[in-house]
Design a protein around this ligand. Structure first.
Ligand SMILES: [Cu+2]
Length: 182
């Protein structure tokens, strides 16, 4: 229904206007708060793909002449729809696969994953002792202080390029590691 000013009593118009002002104020306030949150969360080493935010991307340095490695990150899903990480690629060369680790008979084993589920409003965490990106056939060593380029393929969010920091432990991580390295 369209209400024109001439049809309203003065009182009705005032009510409508104060209601509109409040709504406008809430919109502005809401946008400011959202922008604050967004800028705080999208600091260094954070990447956005659609509704997915990737944080704490890191890979431990490789040892000696090893050409295998491992990479980790966290996927936060801010959207109302579940997503899946389908694959990871290495733009600079080498193979990457999704793995999970599990303890069996006191031995840490790993097996390939078809995909990593990222629940709506939730997160998926790749970390030592759990899910990880397995790297093989690397063109060179991963040297501490360097960066490793990763390309993520997500079912809904699409393709995301990011760089993982090559470091022994992620600075921001407080999660205990069940074992060092991989
Ligand atoms: Cu693995």
């Amino acid at each position: 229904m369209i209400v024109t000013r001439s049809r309203l009593t003065n009182h009705g118009w005032l009510l409508l206007r104060s209601c509109f002002n409040r709504m406008f104020f809430n919109l502005v306030l809401g946008a400011a708060v959202l922008m604050d949150i967004a800028s705080a969360r999208l600091g260094a080493q954070e990447y956005l793909a659609g509704q997915i935010i990737i944080t704490q991307a890191w890979a431990p340095p490789t040892l000696g002449k090893q050409r295998i490695g491992v990479a980790y990150f966290r996927l936060h899903n801010q959207g109302p729809d579940a997503d899946r990480l389908l694959a990871v690629e290495l733009p600079d060369g080498g193979e990457a696969g999704l793995h999970t680790s599990l303890m069996r008979d006191g031995v840490m084993r790993m097996r390939p994953l078809d995909a990593v589920a990222i629940p709506a409003g939730g997160e998926a965490v790749l970390q030592p002792g759990g899910m990880h990106v397995m790297l093989s056939g690397l063109p060179g060593p991963l040297a501490e202080g360097g960066r490793l380029k990763l390309r993520l393929r997500l079912e809904r969010a699409g393709v995301l390029n990011l760089e993982a920091a090559i470091e022994k432990r992620p600075a921001a991580s407080t999660a205990p590691s069940p074992h060092q390295g991989h």
